[in-house]
Design a protein around this ligand. Structure first.
Ligand SMILES: NC(=O)c1ccc[n+]([C@@H]2O[C@H](COP(=O)([O-])OP(=O)(O)OC[C@H]3O[C@@H](n4cnc5c(N)ncnc54)[C@H](O)[C@@H]3O)[C@@H](O)[C@H]2O)c1
Length: 265
């Protein structure tokens, strides 16, 4: 149903005369966390480049905002729920690109991180990617071609960041998962890369700033670590994702793509 729906939307776009050659023409892309931030910007950018996008998120209300964009089909999916992930994969006869975006930022050092925080973060940030990759990889192996992109961060094995203990641990695991999948399946036509942003101006980042005891100071602290004098935009990360999703990056696998305005220099 999902695939048919996106095909109809693509046909409508083509027949409206507004279709030009795109960098992702004909590619079927499934992504998580598409309701806001980087995931949303990526879903829009993928569709603009001609992909048939299944945009998923746990937040159905916000996800609806993407419903009228040609090339995008939305579906409410909790990526920590195995049954929902397996059902999502079943709905796709074929997939070209899987983009695992969902992630949660816990604020604090190891001493601030209770077991429940640890388990929640590892579940959303790592186990979800394990579930999604396990569900979609067999479909990629069937046609000996597939491309997985995972959302990591420079706050990981790349850079030690204050008050990002379990978050950085989880994102280091994402880098490990990425390299492992790339190594295991390179000869089967599968590639797998990850994206490592620095500070990206997204609704959740704004929320984290507001949640601090002194939001004004928290904003200043975030800005003080921006060597370029500004934060990254979600659209800038989406540009990198379009490259990784396209055949332009066909020789690229097992790599972490840092986009941090020099923060990790
Ligand atoms: N914003 C940044 O500065 C930054 C920097 C580096 C990496 N990242 C990573 O990029 C990704 C996206 O971050 P963002 O700030 O753009 O997004 P965000 O935090 O603004 O939005 C996250 C989205 O994920 C969805 N989501 C949460 N739990 C989910 C679940 N269980 N199943 C499905 N969807 C779920 C939310 O509903 C939300 O729409 C995350 O993995 C984050 O760790 C963000």
């Amino acid at each position: 149903f999902v695939v048919q729906h996106t095909l109809i939307k693509s046909w409508k776009l083509a027949s409206s005369g507004s279709c030009t050659m795109g960098r992702l023409d004909g590619k079927v892309i499934v992504l998580s966390a598409a309701a806001q931030g980087i995931g949303r910007a990526a879903a829009v950018a993928f569709a603009k480049e001609g992909a048939q996008v299944t945009a998923t998120d746990i937040n159905g209300e916000k996800l609806k905002e993407l419903d009228n964009i040609p090339g995008i089909t939305t579906k409410v999916v909790d990526v920590t729920n195995k049954d929902q992930v397996v059902a999502l994969a079943k709905e796709h006869d074929s997939i070209d690109v899987l983009f695992n975006v969902a992630g949660f930022v816990h604020h604090g050092s190891i001493l601030d991180c209770e077991e429940v925080d640890w388990d929640f973060t590892m579940n959303v940030n790592v186990r979800s990617m394990y579930l999604m990759c396990r569900a979609f990889l067999p479909k990629m192996l069937e046609k000996k071609s597939g491309n997985i992109i995972n959302m990591a961060s420079v706050a990981s094995s790349i850079k030690g960041v204050v008050n990002r203990c379990v978050y950085s641990t989880s994102k280091a695991a994402v880098i490990g998962l990425t390299k492992s999948i790339a190594a295991d399946f390179i000869e089967k036509g599968i590639r797998c890369n990850c994206v490592c942003p620095g500070t990206v101006d997204t609704p959740s980042l704004r929320g984290r700033i507001q949640a601090q005891p002194n939001p004004e100071q928290a904003y200043k602290d975030f800005m003080a670590r921006q060597k370029t004098g500004r934060m990254c935009s979600a659209e800038e990360v989406a540009h990198l994702c379009v490259y990784l999703a396209s055949d332009e990056s066909a020789y690229v696998t097992g790599t972490e793509h840092v986009i941090d305005g020099g923060w990790s220099l």
